[in-house]
Design a protein around this ligand. Structure first.
Ligand code: 9MR
Length: 357
């Protein structure tokens, strides 16, 4: 398979084009699912990697006390071989977490038992990768989607209380004192989650906890990118004195009625939500323009943005082929299914190569 830019070997790759600004990354699933051409593409274009699924609690500790690190080890080994830093994702979440965490026989687990399990999980996982994983999404999607509610009422919050987040940060810092610690969420470009992010990070800081960064996922939809809101959140987060990471970027081309990125939501197939084998060229063009406008905005905030990570490598591997409807054919990333750069790739690269002011 051809790699991008082979006709122009001198052309910089994505991460080279943005080297003055931020790292550019991709999330990856199981390494065994990436062939040689895909691996070459990863190494050429990206200089930071996130584990998409294989470090989630359901994968790592499916049964209490039984840890499986093989997939995570393979990803870290690949990254180390190429000198690429890895982000661990994620330790406390309302999804991909086995039920056993939350029960004690036929009763709900007590606060103490759940905290003991949270501590044991974090110590085992962060400890296993100590010195090998640069930073962790400690808590994922902990903020409520409801404007008037602060934290998402997930089982952690219900059974432990609001301080499960602080506890998780504290455990992780003990497990690897050198690891960076992040809070990751979607929708924090919008005012209510922006305000809650500020409240949460300030609360963690007031408790004297280490917090290195806020993750803005940015699962975006064509023609609906809230540029101004993203700009406002970046400006607001600057005051926190932490890094901002764009952690799960993609730009959905196919219609959907569900907002955000909650995997619990589903939608029935319709005439228009299943996508196309070949994306309409005019949509790919709009996608290119919108990605470019976004990267210009992100570059404006390069003093606080540490990295911009796409949610997987190419269109064929995107979660958006299976959400919110199973079996749709989506085109949300910069490379197509044949690993070829799309118009969006060239448009983004152009922003990276443009003069800095
Ligand atoms: O892309 C991930 C998909 O393959 C998984 O099935 C799903 C459930 O574990 O999680 C997806 O990734 C999510 C990420 O972990 C957190 N933010 C939203 C992402 C898309 O759902």
């Amino acid at each position: 398979m051809l790699l991008p830019n082979l006709a122009h070997p001198a052309a910089p790759s994505l991460h080279e084009a943005f080297k003055e600004d931020f790292s550019v990354g991709a999330s990856l699933g199981s390494m065994s699912a990436f062939d040689a051409a895909e691996r070459a593409l990863i190494v050429r274009e990206f200089n930071v990697i996130t584990s998409e699924n294989n470090l989630k609690p359901a994968r790592v500790q499916p049964t209490e006390g039984v840890f499986t690190f093989a997939e995570g080890d393979a990803l870290v080994a690949f990254a180390q071989e190429h000198g690429i830093p890895v982000t661990g994702h994620t330790l406390a979440w309302h999804q991909a977490t086995p039920d056993w965490f939350f029960v004690d026989g036929d009763k709900p687990a007590s606060r103490d038992l759940l905290l003991q399990r949270l501590r044991a999980h974090i110590h085992a996982v962060v400890g296993h990768f100590r010195g090998k994983i640069k930073g962790w999404d400690i808590v994922n999607e902990g903020l409520s989607d409801k404007p008037d509610e602060y934290l998402r009422p997930n089982k952690w919050q219900q059974l432990v209380g609001d301080d499960y987040i602080a506890q998780a940060f504290a455990f992780a810092h003990v497990a690897d004192p050198d690891a960076e610690l992040y809070f990751n969420d979607y929708g924090n470009e919008y005012p209510h989650k922006r305000a809650k992010t500020l409240r949460l990070i300030k609360d963690l800081q007031a408790r004297g906890l280490r917090v290195d960064g806020v993750g803005m996922q940015l699962h975006l939809q064509l023609d609906r990118i809230p540029y101004e809101e993203i700009d406002r959140s970046l400006t607001a987060f600057r005051a926190l004195g932490v890094k901002v990471m764009i952690t799960e970027l993609d730009l959905d081309l196919v219609e959907r009625s569900v907002w955000g990125a909650d995997t619990a939501e589903h939608e029935e197939p319709t005439a228009t939500n299943l996508g196309w084998k070949d994306a309409p060229p005019e949509l790919l063009q709009r996608q290119a323009e919108q990605y470019a406008k976004l990267f210009a905005l992100l570059r404006k905030h390069r003093d606080i943005i540490d990295r911009v990570t796409f949610w997987n490598l190419h269109d064929g591997k995107s979660w958006l082929n299976n959400w919110p409807v199973k079996g749709r054919i989506n085109h949300p990333l910069l490379f197509d299914r044949a690993l070829q750069p799309k118009p969006a790739y060239h448009a983004v690269l152009k922003i990276g190569n443009a003069a800095r002011n």
